[in-house]
Every structure is written in structure tokens, then in C-alpha cells.
Design a protein around this ligand. Structure first.
Ligand code: ADP
Length: 263
């Protein structure tokens, strides 16, 4: 960390330079060497925590995420209980040390929004009717953030739910697509935006699906896409989801030897 104002200025200048450089070259190579349809490297480990009922550690490019599941257990306070079904409380949290400038600890509007959309997405596949009055708590801790953390967080949470033995119709999975410019100012749809692409790109479309049925569980958009671009980005994000889904299954099989049957 350097608090010298001259150094700060230089850092800002280099940020400006970065912003002006195209994020993809005329041959379709992105700054990190990926092609438009490539994902960043993903690593998934199942059941890494001993005290949680289920857990998952996931690395996705520079993102590092820990997800832990507690429950089903009696929902408290009692007024939050639903007599017919369980409630899902996913809590997304970015660690103070997960970003370049220390993030103020604790919930903010962004983390509340992400917690809400992830809770709803997971609630669509969990067999909630089996656990009336219960809550299923999912902690998603972002230890290192490098764009795409909501997709990484949801993907890790889904694996942690499997590890906890929570009955689900399917294992949900998420991936984003976005739009960046090449040197000729052509708009290119690419899979899985990296940090610079997220900061200086033109649009980001995180998507979560139930891979077995193709049902969309989460769809958000940041930036502008034409209808044609939107359809292209959605198709690409769904393709990415299916690739990540295979990695989820592989990690579960590595831990348990076989996949639990979808209920
Ligand atoms: P996602 O992580 O799902 O892509 P956003 O588009 O909101 O969500 O954030 C993109 C990236 O911006 C994050 O992954 C993180 O690297 C960075 N970021 C988000 N919030 C903060 C913050 N409060 N301070 C610093 N960087 C942040």
C-alpha cells in the first residue's frame, strides 16, 4: 500500500490507460489470453469445513469463495417461520480484504441485493415443502474478488447444499456473459468477464440456471445490450453454466464417488 499522492496519481493514470486499451484484440484474444467463449480457470472442493453441515471452496479466476450450509433447523425468530415450507437465508459477504481498497465490513445494499437473488434462486430448486418452519442458512464468503462473485458464490453454495444433503430438484449453477469492444470499436459478446472487462466493458449479464430443465433461476443485467446481443449473451452464459455444472458434478463425484440422484 502506498499513500504517496504522486504514486496514487500514477496509478490513476495507468487505470486511464487500461480503460483506453481495447479489451479484446482483432484476432479475438482477450487481455488474459482467453478467446471470447472461454471461461477462467475453475477449481471446486467439496466438504472443506468440519463444523458446517455442508461446505464448498471454489476458485474461479481470481475469485476465492467459501460457502457453508447450516440447517435445516427451526427458523428463528419464530415470526419468520413458514408453516408450509422452509425458508432459505443465503448471506453473501465480501471480506474487507477481498478487494484492492479495503472494503468497509458488514452488509451494504449490494450484498443485500445479491443475498436476496441468490436465496430466491436456491429456493427454486430446494424441496422446501419437506421442512416446514425450518430455515436453511447459506453463508457465502468472498475472500478474494475479481468480478463474477455472485455467479461464483451461487455455484459454490449449490455444491455446499449437496454436501449438506439438502434435497434438491437439481444442482443450480451460474455464469455470466458480457460485452466488450475490439480495437475497431466492434462490440463483442464474451463469456465470464474478468476484472478489467467488468470495470471497463459495456455490459455484464449474470445468469443462473437449473441445468437439467434449462429453467432460468437468476438473470441480471448491468449495462446496455440490444435484443440481438442480449440473446447471444444469454445463450453464451447458459453454455458456460453447463460447462461449470460438469465441474460441480466432477467435484461431488470426487468426494462421494457418485452423484446423488435428483429428487
Ligand atoms: P460481481 O462480483 O457479481 O460481478 P459486481 O458487478 O457488483 O458483482 O462487482 C464486480 C466486481 O467489482 C467484484 O467482483 C469486485 O471485484 C468489485 N467490487 C464490487 N464491490 C466492491 C467494493 N465495495 N469495493 C471494491 N471492489 C468492489
Amino acid at each position: 500500500m502506498n499513500s504517496n499522492p504522486d504514486v496514487k496519481l500514477k496509478q490513476n493514470e495507468s487505470e486511464k490507460e487500461i480503460a483506453e486499451k481495447p479489451l479484446i484484440d482483432i484476432h479475438g484474444k482477450r487481455k488474459d489470453g482467453r478467446e471470447s467463449g472461454d471461461l477462467r480457470k475453475i477449481k471446486i472442493e467439496v466438504g472443506v469445513l468440519h463444523r458446517a453441515e455442508g461446505s464448498c471452496y471454489l476458485e474461479w479466476g481470481g475469485n476465492k469463495v467459501m460457502a457453508a450450509v447450516y440447517g435445516p433447523r427451526e427458523a428463528v425468530p419464530r415470526h419468520t417461520q413458514n408453516p408450509l415450507r422452509a425458508i432459505v437465508n443465503a448471506r453473501y459477504n465480501m471480506a474487507a480484504f477481498s478487494v484492492d481498497e479495503r472494503k468497509r465490513p458488514g452488509p451494504d445494499r449490494r450484498s443485500q441485493e445479491i443475498s436476496k437473488v441468490i436465496s430466491e434462486a436456491l429456493g427454486h430448486v430446494i424441496l422446501l415443502e419437506r421442512f416446514p418452519r425450518a430455515s436453511i442458512d447459506v453463508s457465502i464468503e468472498i475472500l478474494d474478488a475479481e468480478a463474477g462473485t455472485r455467479c461464483a458464490g451461487l455455484t459454490a453454495a449449490a455444491v455446499a447444499l449437496v454436501d449438506a444433503g439438502i434435497p434438491m430438484k437439481d444442482i443450480p449453477v451460474a455464469c455470466a456473459a458480457g460485452k466488450i469492444k475490439d480495437p475497431k470499436q466492434n462490440e463483442i459478446i464474451v463469456l465470464d468477464l474478468g476484472k478489467e472487462e467488468d470495470n471497463f466493458g459495456d455490459a455484464d449479464l449474470p445468469v443462473a440456471i437449473s441445468p437439467r430443465t434449462g429453467e432460468i433461476l437468476l438473470l441480471q443485467m448491468d449495462g446496455h445490450l440490444t435484443q440481438e446481443e442480449f440473446e447471444k449473451a444469454l445463450d453464451l452464459a447458459i453454455k458456460g453454466c453447463h460447462t461449470v455444472s460438469e465441474l460441480q458434478k466432477k467435484a461431488i463425484i470426487e468426494k462421494y464417488g457418485s452423484m446423488p440422484e435428483a429428487k
